[in-house]
Design a protein around this ligand. Structure first.
Ligand SMILES: Cc1cc2nc3c(=O)[nH]c(=O)nc-3n(C[C@H](O)[C@H](O)[C@H](O)COP(=O)(O)OP(=O)(O)OC[C@H]3O[C@@H](n4cnc5c(N)ncnc54)[C@H](O)[C@@H]3O)c2cc1C
Length: 429
């Protein structure tokens, strides 16, 4: 019996026939070439932070943990070339020492660069695209083991940036960075009705705005992060430990465990959450964006056209009340610019991202299904790395260039060397 791989949430696992750790592009090409000649399947893993079966290896598992170096840069245009297995957190630290930063990030940085871009990972900021949008070049190993260089001018880049692991193994990534910057953070609870009434203003006025609506209450925790020239004034370490480590992880974990044992208590427990008060500080961007996540959960997230955000949240309030769902996790709402990546969830539309979570081990099925139904009404596109139930046929109606993507897949991976069950579900055989 081989070694077993599991994802972060523990809801996906694989026992691959072979576990390969290449150290170079040449070794990736050799592993893929050999597998394809033998008719075996290959799946590359990142840090295992997807909730879907996107990274489940059913034949050869390619683990890029030995390919985590910076290859070169940043050059005079701010472009840095990295090996695909580098984590965002390692890249952030490296860039900081060079006086640079990534333009935006999601709320954690444990992911690999290649895993994050492959599923369309995003942060918040209505004028900024997801992480893949910063990618200006890639080196890919296709389904037959050929090394393909893709540059900014190549139309192929728009397909491969968010490729869901279906087009090849990314070996190197070139990313455009920006001069490092500090963020002025304002975190405070607001009435949900106030947030929705003033959404346009909050979203457009702040560089990075997001809110966490707490089901069973009328409250939302808001985060307004803006670029600043003010001197750094990080949260004092004891206060940081209390708020970010103890309250958001340890205490929140206890609330979730209690809610799992006694679901009827959840609405009352939820009223304690907005009490964490207001915080204001100034820190380096990457220290602000990414947080610790110790409480395990499963998550579903949809991108919908920005203008439908309010109606979707109101529908969710209604359905949670009517179906009497007991939800211990806040609903996270973020915003991004539209972009030109063919399978980006924000393709060609400014988007609101609505994410729902369920504590590990709790039944997420009915709640997620109800939310998915609401999102379908607004032509919601599910995050490629988060739970969803959509089929190839349903997804094809959500992306205007879907057929072109499948044609590129046919060209780069005609034998379906990168096949797994998840790719069958979303792209067909
Ligand atoms: C706690 C938590 C917080 C999260 N926060 C956010 C967030 O703020 N915003 C957001 O958008 N998402 C978020 N996510 C989702 C996460 O960013 C994505 O699922 C991301 O893909 C995970 O990256 P990974 O390195 O773990 O990749 P994996 O999950 O291991 O792999 C993801 C996909 O990428 C493919 N892949 C990996 N490496 C390569 C490669 N070299 N070449 C080709 N394909 C490759 C895999 O085969 C797979 O299909 C979060 C997830 C968790 C668990």
């Amino acid at each position: 019996m081989g070694k077993t791989w599991t994802n972060w949430a523990g809801n996906q696992r694989a026992t691959p026939q072979t576990w390969v750790k290449p150290k170079s592009l040449g070794e990736i090409a050799a592993a893929v070439g050999e597998a394809s000649a033998q008719g075996r399947k290959v799946k590359v893993i990142g840090s295992g932070h997807s909730f879907t079966g996107a990274a489940v290896a059913q034949g050869v598992l390619l683990d890029l943990s030995h390919m985590c170096r910076v290859v070169s840069g940043p050059n005079e245009d701010g472009v840095v070339e990295v090996e695909a297995g580098i984590t965002l957190s390692a890249l952030n630290e490296y860039l900081f020492l060079q006086g640079r930063a990534l333009q935006n990030l999601g709320d954690i940085s444990y992911q690999t660069v290649s895993g994050a871009i492959s599923t369309g990972t995003h942060g918040t900021g209505v004028h900024i695209g997801g992480l893949a949008q910063q990618v200006v070049g890639l080196t890919l190993v296709d389904g037959q083991g050929n090394i393909v260089e893709i540059n900014e001018e190549d139309a192929l880049l728009h397909f491969v940036r968010v490729g869901v692991g279906a087009l090849g193994v990314i070996g190197h990534v070139k990313i455009r960075t920006v001069p490092k910057f500090a963020l002025h953070v304002e975190e405070k609870p607001m009435r949900l009705s106030f947030v929705l009434d003033n959404l346009e203003d909050l979203v457009s006025r702040n560089d990075h705005f997001e809110f966490f609506w707490i089901p069973h209450t009328k409250w939302a925790l808001t985060k307004q992060n803006n670029r600043t020239d003010l001197p750094l004034a990080p949260i004092p370490s004891l206060k940081k430990w209390w708020q970010k480590s103890f309250m958001e992880n340890t205490a929140f974990g206890m609330v979730c465990r209690l809610g799992k044992l006694f679901p009827a208590l959840i609405p009352r427990l939820a009223t304690a959450l907005p009490g964490s008060g207001s915080t204001s500080y100034v820190d380096e961007s990457f220290r602000v964006f990414a947080s610790e996540r110790k409480v395990k959960f499963v998550e579903m997230e949809y991108a919908i056209p920005y203008e439908h955000c309010r109606s979707a949240i109101e529908d969710m309030e209604r359905v949670i009340f009517e179906k009497n769902y007991k939800v211990s996790f806040p609903v996270e709402v973020r915003f991004t610019a539209g972009d030109d990546n063919v399978l980006s969830t924000a393709h060609a539309r400014q988007s609101a991202y609505i994410a729902v979570h369920m504590y590990k081990g709790c039944d997420y099925g009915p709640y997620f299904a109800s939310v998915a139904e609401i999102m379908a009404k607004y032509e919601g596109r599910p995050h490629w790395g988060k739970m969803h139930f959509l089929s190839n046929e349903q997804l094809s109606r959500l992306y205007p260039r879907w057929a072109e993507f499948l044609a590129v897949r046919d060209k780069l991976d005609p034998q379906r060397t990168f096949h797994n069950d998840y790719l069958d579900q979303v792209f067909g055989k």
